[in-house]
Design a protein. Structure first.
Length: 310
C-alpha cells in the first residue's frame, strides 16, 4: 500500500497549458489544491480540500470490468456504482489498475523542478502572445512558500506571473514572499455583507477587504496590475443590492474597473464524483448557466454606478 499524503503538504490539481481565459495571452495555469473558503457554488469542488481525494466517474467505468475491486484492501469499491467513502483510506492503489481513467487521484505533491521544466517549455507561446503563468486553485496563497518559490522562479526567467485569489491570506508573508514576484493579481470580491459572506463562503470578509485595500495602495506604484472580479451567482452575489455595495466600495478606494465572471455550474457533475453532496439540489436556477439578460442588466447597473464593467 502506498503512503497516505500528509494533510498540510501542498498539493497541485493540475497544470493546464494553452489557457486563454485566465489572464492575457496564452497561459499555463497552475491549479493549487485547498482553500480556506468553502463557497457553496464553487465550480472547482475538487480544489476545496487540502487532502488528496479519490474521484470516481461512474460514466467512464467499463461495464463488466471489476479490476479495481481485487486491488482495494478495504473492499471499498462497487464497480459501476460508487465508492464507500467511509471505508476508503485514500491509498490510491486502485488508480493505476483502472484502464479507463474512471478512478483518478485528485491532488499530487508539487515537484518544482519538473513543474518549471513544463512551464519553461511553453515560454515561446507566452512570448508570442503576451501570456505567461497563472496561479489558480483552490487558493494558491494557502501554499504561500510554494507559491512564492514558483512565482520567483518564473520571474527569474522573464515569465509573466498572475495570481487568482479570493484574498483570504495573512498579509505579512504574502507581501514579503509572494507579491514581489507577481506581475498581476485577479482578486475576487463575492459578497459585501460579512454575515452573508460567512454564510455562503465559510469565512467573514473583513480580512479580504483589508488585503484588497492594501493592494490598491501598493498597485499605484505600477509594479503590478490589480483586477477585482465579481462572480455572478444567481440570487446570491448576482443581486443589485450586493453589486451596489461592492461597486461603492471599489469607487471609495479609487478603483474604476471590475470584471464580472459568469456563474459556472460544473459542481453539479464534479461533486458526486468526489463524494461531495450537492448543496443546491432543489434549486433549478443553480444547475444552469446565468441567463444572459440578467448578466447584461447587472453589468449596466455597475456602469450606472460609475464603473467600467468588463
Ligand atoms: S483509494 Fe480507496 S477505493 Fe481505492 S484502493 Fe484505496 S481504499 Fe480502495
Ligand atoms: S478498474 Fe476502472 S473501469 Fe474497471 S471496474 Fe474499476 S473503475 Fe470501472
Amino acid at each position: 500500500m502506498t503512503a497516505i499524503l500528509t494533510k498540510h503538504e501542498p498539493l497541485l490539481l493540475e497544470v493546464k497549458g494553452n489557457a486563454l481565459d485566465d489572464g492575457p495571452g496564452i497561459r499555463s495555469v497552475v491549479f493549487f489544491k485547498g482553500c480556506k473558503l468553502s463557497c457553496r457554488w464553487c465550480h472547482n469542488p475538487e480544489s476545496l480540500s487540502q487532502n488528496a481525494e479519490l474521484s470516481f466517474n461512474v460514466a467512464d467505468c467499463i461495464s463488466g470490468c471489476t479490476r479495481c475491486r481485487g486491488h482495494c484492501p478495504e473492499d471499498a469499491i462497487m464497480p459501476g456504482v460508487g465508492i464507500n467513502r467511509w471505508a476508503c483510506t485514500r491509498c490510491f492503489d486502485c488508480v493505476p489498475v483502472c484502464p479507463s481513467g474512471a478512478l483518478r487521484q485528485v491532488g499530487k505533491p508539487a515537484n518544482v523542478a519538473e513543474l518549471m521544466a513544463k512551464l519553461r517549455a511553453d515560454k515561446p507561446f507566452y512570448e508570442a502572445s503576451g501570456g505567461g503563468v497563472t496561479f489558480s486553485g483552490g487558493e494558491p496563497t494557502l501554499a504561500m512558500e510554494l507559491l512564492g518559490e514558483l512565482a520567483a522562479a518564473c520571474r527569474a526567467e522573464g515569465i509573466h506571473t498572475l495570481l487568482e485569489t479570493a484574498g483570504y491570506f495573512r498579509w505579512e508573508p504574502f507581501e514579503r514572499g509572494v507579491l514581489p514576484h507577481l506581475n498581476a493579481i485577479y482578486y475576487d470580491l463575492k459578497l459585501m455583507d460579512s454575515e452573508d459572506h460567512r454564510a455562503y463562503c465559510g469565512v467573514p470578509n473583513e480580512r479580504i477587504l483589508a488585503n484588497f485595500k492594501r493592494l490598491v495602495e501598493l498597485s499605484r506604484a505600477g509594479t503590478f496590475d490589480l483586477q477585482p472580479r465579481i462572480p455572478l451567482v444567481p440570487d446570491i452575489t448576482a443581486t443589485e443590492e450586493n453589486l451596489t455595495a461592492i461597486g461603492r466600495f471599489l469607487l471609495d478606494v479609487g478603483v474604476r474597473q471590475v470584471r464580472l465572471l459568469d456563474y459556472n455550474p460544473t459542481w453539479v457533475d464534479k461533486g458526486p464524483q468526489l463524494g461531495i453532496a450537492n448543496k443546491f439540489t432543489e434549486l433549478d436556477i443553480m444547475r444552469t448557466w446565468l441567463p444572459r439578460g440578467l448578466a447584461a442588466r447587472l453589468r449596466q447597473h455597475l456602469v450606472d454606478l460609475g464603473l467600467e464593467a468588463i
